[in-house]
Every structure is written in C-alpha cells, then in structure tokens.
Design a protein. Structure first.
Length: 202
C-alpha cells in the first residue's frame, strides 16, 4: 500500500464555511406574490431561466418548509400583518428578497393604503429594482443573496431575528391591550417609530 499523502486525504475548513456552503446552495423559496411581479417570477422558475441551476428550485407554499421569501408585488397595509405572520412562521435561518419597486418602496403607489416598503416591518436582505424586474434581475438577486450567506457568521442572523420576534410580541401585546387589528397596531408602531426617527418597527 502506498504511503498516504495527508494533503490529498484531508481537507480542513471552518465550520461556518461548510454550513454556509450548504445553506446558500439549498435555498427553499416561498413566493409571497401579490401582483404583476409574481407573474414575472413564474418565468424564473420555468425552463428558460430555471432557478434550479442555483439550487433553489424546491418552491414551497408553506412557510415552515421555506427559508427564502420573495416578496413579489404591492403590499397593502391590510396585508402587512399577514406578511409578518408568514415571515415569523418560516424556518430559521431565513432570508428575504424584495422584488420590484412596489415591495421595496411602495413604488408608484404613494397612497395611504400601500405599505411604503416591506423593510419597515420585516428584515430584507436583497432588493431587486425594476417594474417588473426581468427574470435575469431576480436571478442576480438570488446570486447576491448567496454571496451574502457565504460571508455570514453563524450567529449573525440570531440577533436580527430576535429583534423581529420582539417587535411581533409588542404588536400582539398592543392588539390585546387596545383591541386594535393587526393592521392598526402596525400603523401605530410605524408612527411611533417615525416619531423617534427609526425607519423600522423591529
Ligand atoms: S413593481 Fe411593477 S410589476 Fe412589480 S408589482 Fe409593482 S407594478 Fe407590478
């Protein structure tokens, strides 16, 4: 038997590098589709663009089986509590891509009924600009998210998610104490945050 060459037989690495490699190549998308961007997203999953090339083809409509939410379309204030609940139910660690100008900033809907950016109520990792963004742009957004995951420390996301859950508890407590609906409670929290100069409620 030939002498074992340790350099060929052994690979050394860091735990976070291996874990992040697995995470970034096995993202499970959850489409939160509310408008036209969701139609554009259908082509991203189809054969021409084919998101499975990036290991992210296992699309699920259950938040418990997903870790990458794509918000695709206009989000109204009425939908804000639903979006927060679905985000809360997703498996951890979890990531969010805001697709299109509507999700990212309210877009052309500068109205009292439209949430002026989902990042006010849930953490967002990547923004894809456009109206609608081309399928290539969405794929580029997924690639940017993969780059981000690759560089993350394993504990980094915990703090981030803890702050979100704390804000969800504050929302539930406000609803229970005042009888407000989820939509009204979020609005109150947004107004309070704006008064202190904070851009988000978490
Ligand atoms: S960004 Fe444009 S394409 Fe996307 S949901 Fe808004 S209006 Fe529709």
């Amino acid at each position: 038997m030939s002498e074992m060459n340790l350099q060929e037989a052994v690979v050394t690495t860091r735990l976070d590098a291996v874990v992040n490699w697995g995470r970034k190549n096995s993202l499970w998308p959850l489409p939160f589709g509310t408008a036209c961007c969701a139609i554009e997203f259908m082509s991203v999953m189809a054969s021409k663009y084919d998101m499975s090339r990036f290991g992210a083809e296992a699309m699920r409509f259950s938040p418990r089986q997903s870790d990458m939410m794509l918000v695709l379309g206009t989000v109204t204030n009425k939908m804000a509590p639903v979006l927060r609940t679905i985000y809360a139910q997703m498996a951890e660690p979890k990531w969010v891509i805001s697709v299109g100008v509507c999700a990212s900033s309210g877009g052309m809907y500068r109205t009292y009924a439209t949430l002026q950016g989902i990042d006010r109520i849930i953490p967002v990792d990547v923004y894809v600009p456009g109206c609608p963004p081309r399928p290539e742009s969405m794929l580029y957004g997924v690639m940017k998210l993969q780059e981000k995951i690759e560089k993350e420390g394993l504990g980094m996301r915990k703090d981030h998610i803890r702050r979100f859950y704390e804000s969800l508890e504050r929302q539930k407590e406000l609803e229970a104490r005042t009888g407000l609906t989820g939509q009204q409670a979020i609005r109150e929290m947004l107004l309070d945050a704006a008064a202190t100069g904070a851009p988000t409620i978490f």
